[in-house]
Design a protein around this ligand. Sequence first.
Ligand code: HEC
Ligand code: HEC
Ligand code: HEC
Ligand code: HEC
Ligand code: HEC
Length: 243
Amino acid sequence: MKDPVNSSKKSSAKGGDVSSPSGFFPRWMNINIIAQDVGFFILGLIGASIVGWVIFPAVLYSKHPQPINFNHALHLDSEKVDGIEGETKAEKCLSCHVFRDDGTFAGIPKLEKCTECHDDPESPLGETPQEKAFMTKYVADDKEIPWFVYSKQPDCVYFPHIAHVKMGNIDCTTCHGDFADNEKLPLYVKNRLTGYSMNIWGERISGFYWNKKFSDRMKMDDCARCHTEKGQEQNNACFVCHK
Ligand code: HEC
Ligand code: HEC
Ligand code: HEC
Ligand code: HEC
Ligand code: HEC
C-alpha cells in the first residue's frame, strides 16, 4: 500500500534539503559574496537616501521667519476681533485683501489697514508679546512690515487675481489651501538655486503627489492644467502669462 506521507518524505530527501544553501542555490553561486553585495547595496542606499532626503534639502533651501507673527484665525474670529467687514469668511478676506477700483489686487494689506484698529502704540488691544512687538517695531515708527510672500512668482509672470476670483469664481483656498486658518505663520523657505519659494515648486523635489492639489505647488504646468480643465486653453499661450 502506498503511504502518501512516506512517499512525499522520500521525494523531498531525493531533491536535497531545502534549508541548506548548497541544495537551494546552484553550487557555482557563492552565498557569502552575494550577502556582501546585498550588504553594500543597502549601505549605499541608506547613504544616498540621507544625502538625498536630508542633506541636499538642508543645503538647497534657506529658511526665513516672518518679521512678526500674524494670526489669521484670530482676526477672522468675530468673537475676538470685531470690525473686520463681511458676513462670511470669504467676504472677510476681501476687507484686507482688497481689489482696487481699477481691478488690480492690493495683495497683503499695508500698515494703514492695521492701524484702523491698532492705532495707539501705548494701548494694545490684547495682551500678547506678539502684539507688543508689532506695536513698538512698526506702529510706533509708522514703518511697513517687510513680509515674505510665499506664493511670489518671478517678475516675468502675469497673474491677475481678478480674472480668477471674480470672473473664474475660484475660491482663495483652491490655490492657497487652508492658509487663513493659521495661528502661526510658517517659515518662508527659499530655494537657493532658483530663488523660488518652496510654495511654488512644492515640498516634493520629485514633483510627485498622490492626488495633486493646486495648493501643493504652482509651476507653469500647474497653471496650464487648470486652464485646460476649465476649458480655458486660449489662456495657455505664452504671451497670456508672460507679458
Ligand atoms: C486683518 C487683515 C486680514 C484678513 C481679514 C485676511 N488676511 Fe490674509 N494676510 C494678511 C496679512 C497681514 C498677510 C501677510 C502675513 C502673512 O503671510 O500671513 C496675509 C497673507 C495672506 C496670504 C499669504 C500670501 C502669500 O503668498 O504670502 C494668503 C494666502 C492670505 N492672506 C489669504 C487670506 C484669506 C483666504 C483670507 C480670508 C479667509 C484672509 N487672508 C484674510 C491680512 C489679512
Ligand atoms: C478690525 C480691527 C483689527 C484690524 C484691522 C487688525 N487687528 Fe490685529 N488685533 C485686533 C484685536 C482686537 C486683537 C486682540 C485680540 C485678542 O487678543 O483677543 C488683535 C491682535 C493682533 C496681534 C496679536 C495676535 C496674537 O496672536 O498674539 C497682532 C500681532 C496683530 N493683531 C497684528 C495685526 C496686523 C499686522 C494687522 C494689519 C494687517 C492687524 N492686526 C489688523 C484687531 C485688529
Ligand atoms: C487661481 C489661483 C489663485 C486664487 C484663486 C487666489 N490666488 Fe492669491 N495668489 C495666487 C498666485 C499665483 C499668487 C502670486 C502672484 C504673483 O506673485 O504675481 C498669489 C498671491 C497672493 C497674495 C500675495 C500678493 C502679494 O504679492 O502681496 C495674497 C495676499 C493672496 N494671493 C491672497 C489671495 C486671496 C485672499 C484670494 C481669494 C480672494 C486669492 N489669493 C485667490 C494664486 C491664487
Ligand atoms: C484653479 C484654476 C486655475 C489656476 C490654478 C490658474 N488659473 Fe489662470 N485662469 C483660470 C480661469 C478659469 C481663467 C478664465 C477666467 C475668465 O476669464 O472667466 C483664467 C485666466 C487666466 C488669465 C487671463 C486673464 C484675462 O485677463 O483674460 C491669465 C493671464 C491667467 N489665468 C494666468 C494664470 C497663471 C500665471 C497661473 C499660475 C500661477 C494661473 N492662471 C493658474 C483658472 C486658473
Ligand atoms: C498659464 C500661464 C503660463 C503660460 C501659458 C506659460 N507660462 Fe511660462 N511660466 C509660468 C509660471 C507661473 C512660471 C514660473 C514658475 C515656473 O518656473 O514654472 C513660468 C516660468 C517660465 C520660464 C522660466 C522663467 C524664470 O525666470 O524662471 C520660462 C523661460 C517660461 N515660463 C517660458 C514660457 C513659454 C516659452 C511659454 C509658451 C510655450 C510659456 N512660458 C507659457 C506661467 C506660464
